[in-house]
Design a protein around this ligand. Structure first.
Ligand code: HEC
Length: 143
């Protein structure tokens, strides 16, 4: 049985890793789909609708301070808006998880973005997994 020398294995591994890094990064950059909450991803009307839903469905048990500030942003940073949406939809309202429509959950998330001073835009966030997954959460530059 022929044995492969460890040094040969190691150097082929290094080539593989370098190759993967080379192909992975430009692919992400070129897709052009990736957006961030800094890009104005929700509309003002959507955030006010979200506020109405929040006040009717969430404010009984929560204070908005729970969803703003450094801790909140640090814990959601580098995840997508869809991660936040999905987490809220699968657990809240506490007494009937998933009880609202996807549009209502998306509006609540846009209201939370507004509370965190992320900019409004001209278009509303689409309530689809595909659209929400493309928006990355990151702290505003001053955080
Ligand atoms: C009946 C009370 C109640 C209502 C209504 C309610 N929540 Fe909650 N929420 C809770 C409780 C209790 C927890 C803590 C659950 C746990 O840790 O398991 C929680 C946790 C959360 C968390 C996670 C916080 C963390 O630190 O991870 C989020 C986000 C959240 N709620 C958002 C909402 C939103 C948005 C709504 C409205 C759609 C809502 N909640 C409605 C009681 C409620």
């Amino acid at each position: 049985m022929t044995r492969i020398r460890p040094s040969v294995l190691l150097s082929s591994l290094a080539v593989l890793v370098a190759g993967a890094a080379f192909f992975a990064s430009p692919a992400l950059a070129q897709s052009g789909e990736e957006r961030s909450v800094l890009d104005g991803v929700y509309s003002p009307e959507q955030a006010s609708f979200g506020q109405e839903v929040y006040e009717a469905e969430c404010a009984l048990c929560h204070m908005t301070q729970e969803f703003t500030g450094r801790i909140f942003l640090l814990s959601w940073s580098n995840r997508s808006v869809h991660d936040l949406f999905r987490s809220i939809r699968s657990t809240m309202p506490f007494d009937r998880p998933g009880g609202l429509t996807d549009e209502q959950y998306t509006a609540i998330v846009s209201y939370l973005l507004k509370l965190n001073d992320f900019p409004e835009g001209d278009e509303e966030m689409k309530a689809s997994e595909e659209a929400l997954s493309q928006i990355k959460i990151e702290p505003p530059p001053n955080q």
